[in-house]
Design a protein around this ligand. Structure first.
Ligand SMILES: [Zn+2]
Length: 635
């Protein structure tokens, strides 16, 4: 299909990407092809060549931690050893779990198990305290589920049943590798499924999680302890921290904690212990023999529609770059990201923030004092561009024994990182820390730090190139930058102040006006049919507000360019969202992802802006027209 067959006024996405969509092939080991995915694939290819050269001794890095990453890379590649050892490396841990027969025994070992990556009946983590961004909070929530969301457990959800069958079959095959008798294997599996089904009735849905500011529910440790008994959280905290144990915990999922006896009690303890045995086994397959690796990915392949697993060299690179993400990201940034590009994009971010302020001044639904606070928040945003200047100390401590198996090496790395994470509960927040490594094709806003991060890997074509026109860069990375900044003022971010603290800085009537506009955005997307499913306006509202803000602010900058090219702006916006995806993956995202499908991101947002209508002479008779009174521009 050529660009001329579909009129741009009817379907921007297809007019720009049609020819590509006709011919593009999704790589066998990926759920998608297109914008983000192709860039990611290219970064991976570059880095895999470098890792191969490091491993062969043809190349060295002046980043000391890279030698551990390369050592791990080699462990993954050592399939002779992996295949010879089979399931053996994980057996001591599984045997330890098998012997835990009472809640008392679990309580006595919980701290140790936590650091071994064993799932306890509730999940725990340490993160920034929403109420005071200088400090950390020890958070608690319910257990993770087998299926992607609670909604999959509904009687009338066919995908849920199908996926659970795939998981059950995979787990049964994995259990057959263990020393358990056939009878025990069946019992463990039945109990694991029973525990999961009970937990699914208590934990939050993805829709509930999407309003993340509601996670802040601090409770006294004794209050939490009473709810989660007979699980002894006080003992666990004492074993982890001694006298310094946190006195206040933040309950991220209150119902899952309050009603914990619905899935965990002394009477039903077998369900939990068999569930965690099976989950530990399945998690470990990633680091065992090739056969177990492939088996352990069966469910994930079904979930995403992916046909094949990554080739061995890719597995090795993926594991090493995940385990040593910061040093690998710094290596990528220093090697492939130029200072000229960095300076150029930082200048663009500053320009976008300044333009955002101008728009705040002109805002029609906020009182002056609220505007002033919003502008203060914009002024305080910190920019993290490319990759960090220095590598944090923790990464130099991730040292595993040279003789250890792949599985043992990973356990060592997880344990050191896990302990480091837990220790943070007693420390102040380090604001210079990066949430994303340099080699990641993504970007983010952190409401607790009021900062934005743009890894080096996303600062490439089609998002950005020094050789692209200013209009193209604004439609690409500019709109993404504006998107991330808008998260400071989406339905979640708006609840945090300029220091990243959960605090209401709005006048009541201003917040009500904002809520009203938010409702409009929910309605604009809600119920749109897509691949047999429907978009949830509520689930995707924060991201749609961010896209709306990102487009609004970059179009404002377009007006100030000496030679603005609006068609080029919109075409590059559509190019960035170009994607071909496996049907299973589309359905997975539709039900769980806070982002709208990329095709809709490309085609829905432009119609809210007059520039779109002018750029291509779009009128009432065109597919991408909406009446002026239905157009929304929030920020
Ligand atoms: Zn976003």
């Amino acid at each position: 299909m050529s660009e001329t067959k579909v009129r741009i006024q009817d379907d921007l996405y297809r007019a720009v990407n049609g020819a590509w969509l006709e011919t593009a092939v999704i790589p066998a080991d990926r759920p998608t092809a297109g914008g983000f995915s192709d860039l990611d694939e290219a970064v991976e290819k570059t880095m895999m060549a470098d890792f191969a050269a490091f491993a062969a001794g043809e190349k060295t890095s002046d980043i000391p931690e890279m030698k551990y990453a390369v050592a791990l890379y080699k462990k993954v590649l050592d399939v002779d050893r992996r295949n010879r050892e089979g399931i053996a490396p994980v057996l001591p841990l599984l045997e330890k779990l098998r012997k835990i027969e009472t809640v008392e025994q679990l309580n006595a070992q919980a701290a140790e198990l936590l650091l071994q990556g064993v799932e306890l009946p509730i999940q725990m983590d340490v993160t920034e305290d929403m109420a005071d961004a200088t400090r950390h909070a020890f958070i608690v929530l319910g257990p993770g589920l087998i299926l992607p969301d609670t909604t999959y457990y509904a009687q009338d959800n066919p995908a849920g049943k199908q996926l659970l069958a795939v998981w059950t079959d995979m787990a049964a095959k994995a259990l057959a590798f263990t020393p358990l008798t056939a009878e025990e294997q069946k019992q463990y599996l039945d109990d694991a499924l029973a525990f999961d089904a009970l937990a699914a009735q208590k934990v939050k849905s993805q829709l509930e999680w999407s309003e993340y500011y509601k996670c802040h529910n601090p409770q006294d440790v004794d209050e939490v302890a009473a709810q989660v008994a007979p699980f002894d959280i006080r003992r666990l905290l004492n074993d982890l921290y001694g006298e310094d144990a946190p006195k206040t915990l933040v309950v991220y999922d209150p119902k899952a904690i309050r009603e914990m006896n619905g899935y965990f009690s002394a009477e039903t303890f077998d369900l939990y212990r068999h569930w965690t045995y099976v989950r530990t086994l399945l998690r470990s397959t990633a680091f065992l023999s090739e056969e177990l690796y492939a088996l352990g990915r069966t469910y994930r392949r079904a979930l995403t529609g992916v046909a094949a697993d990554p080739a061995l060299e890719k597995q090795a690179y993926q594991t090493a770059s995940m385990a040593y993400s910061e040093p690998v990201g710094v290596y990528y940034g220093r090697t492939y990201f130029g200072e000229a590009a960095k300076a150029d994009v930082v200048a663009m971010v500053k320009k976008i923030i300044e333009t955002y302020k101008l728009r705040m001044h002109k805002n029609t639904f906020l009182a002056e004092e609220t505007k002033a606070k919003a502008i203060q928040k914009l002024s305080a945003i910190e920019i993290k561009m490319g990759y960090p200047d220095e590598i944090k100390e923790i990464w130099s401590k991730l040292i595993f024994d040279e003789d250890s198996s792949y599985f043992e090496a990973m356990q060592t790395i997880f344990a050191i990182r896990g302990r480091d994470k837990l220790d943070r509960a007693l420390k102040r927040v380090d604001r210079t820390e990066w949430l994303m490594p340099g080699h990641m094709v993504n970007a983010c806003y952190n409401p607790s730090a009021n900062d934005i991060t743009f890894p080096a890997a996303i600062l490439q074509r089609p998002f950005y190139a020094l050789s692209q026109s200013a209009s193209e860069n604004l439609g690409g990375i500019g709109a993404v930058i504006g998107h991330e900044i808008s998260h400071a003022f989406d339905n979640n971010g708006a609840n945090f102040d300029e220091n990243g603290n959960l605090k209401n800085w709005w006048k009541e009537e201003d917040f009500a006006a904002f809520k009203e506009l938010t409702r409009g955005m929910v309605e604009q997307f809600d119920g749109i049919e897509f691949h047999g499913g429907k978009v949830s306006g509520e689930l995707t509202v924060s991201e749609n507000i961010a896209d709306n803000g990102g487009m609004g602010v970059t179009l404002e900058i377009m007006h100030t360019l000496p030679d603005p090219d609006y068609p080029a702006y919109f075409k590059n916006w559509a190019r960035v969202w170009c994607q071909k995806a496996k049907e299973e993956y589309i359905q997975l995202l539709l039900a769980n992802d806070v982002h709208s499908p990329t095709e809709l991101r490309a085609n829905m947002m432009p119609r809210n802006f007059p520039e779109w209508y002018e750029a291509f002479g779009v009128t009432e008779s065109d597919g991408m027209y909406i009446a002026p009174e239905k157009r929304i521009s929030i920020w």
